[in-house]
Design a protein around this ligand. Structure first.
Ligand code: G3P
Ligand code: CA
Length: 272
């Protein structure tokens, strides 16, 4: 079996807040991440995309239409355009002038998220997903590594007295290769929506230590988790929101659960 992740209890998986506490707060906003930290999440998941003027922002979709009151692709908007948008009201949260902290629902830069984590007062991990870096081939990873380096988060041994661990995740093996080449000590997670024939034996692309299967894979092919473990990989499962799936993940000994509901999952695990 591979070594456990930074969380020390061998019977309890690491709990990662997917897009923040996104069941309760608008995803990828400061309010969602603050809530996840308050709720006791071990780590925060975020998706990153590059704006037209080269800033990494935490937005899931290619376009901002679903999660803001604006329209258009992130890659064709500048950070100053995004800063005028409201990323909170779509979720039924009032992102109006009466809010004491307007920035809690405005676009979140990765830099701001790193500052939040640095100021959290306890170690918080980060699981940063590079979204299919098409238009900006290579630039997303290069800027990400430069930013992580600036915060001293570009690798090193997990746990101990060092900074809280960061992992870079992607569905793109090419993206992870680039990350691995630039920062060999930074753990990478290969996300899987289905089991491709190439990885049926449990082995992942070179340099990747952690497998990121969907919860559907875990439900339909629980034996695959043992295969990944036997191949020496840790397993981080997404997106695990239902209690029976949490139970299944615990039974299978997965190392991390990525969930929109960190509070409920922690409570189910007896950690709250
Ligand atoms: O944590 C991995 C998961 O977030 C991948 O899917 O579409 O939610 O980014 P998606
Ligand atoms: Ca994601």
């Amino acid at each position: 079996r591979p070594a456990r992740d930074i969380h020390s209890d061998p019977h309890s998986p690491f709990v990662v807040a997917h897009r923040g506490a996104s069941d309760e707060e608008p995803e990828h906003t400061l309010s969602a991440y603050r809530r996840a930290i308050e709720d006791g999440a071990d780590a925060l998941e975020c998706d990153v995309r590059l704006t037209a003027d080269g800033h990494l922002v935490c937005v899931h979709d290619r376009r901002v239409n679903r999660t803001s009151n604006g329209r258009g692709a992130v890659s064709s908007l500048e950070l100053s355009d995004l800063a005028t948008l409201d990323f909170g009201s779509w979720k039924g949260q009032a992102a109006d002038a009466e809010l004491p902290d307007r920035d809690s629902t405005s676009v979140l830069t990765l830099e701001r998220l790193l500052e939040l984590v640095a100021d959290a007062g306890r170690p918080i991990g980060l699981a940063i997903e590079t979204k299919h870096p098409t238009r900006w081939a290579g630039q997303v990873e290069d800027r990400l590594l430069a930013l992580l380096r600036r915060f001293g988060l570009d690798g090193g041994p997990p746990g101990g007295d060092g900074p809280a661990p960061v992992r870079v995740m992607s569905f793109s093996a090419r993206s992870l290769h680039r990350v691995h080449a630039g920062a060999p000590a930074l753990p990478t997670v290969y996300l899987m929506q289905f089991i491709s024939p190439r990885h049926r034996d449990g082995r992942l692309p070179a340099g990747v230590g952690i497998a990121g299967p969907s919860v559907r894979i875990v439900r339909n092919h629980p034996g695959y988790i043992a295969r990944l473990h036997r191949a020496g990989h840790r397993v981080h499962v997404w997106t695990v929101n239902e209690p029976e799936d949490v139970d299944l993940c615990v039974r299978l000994g997965v190392e991390a659960i990525i969930t929109n509901r960190p509070k409920q999952v922690l409570s189910q695990l007896g950690r709250r």
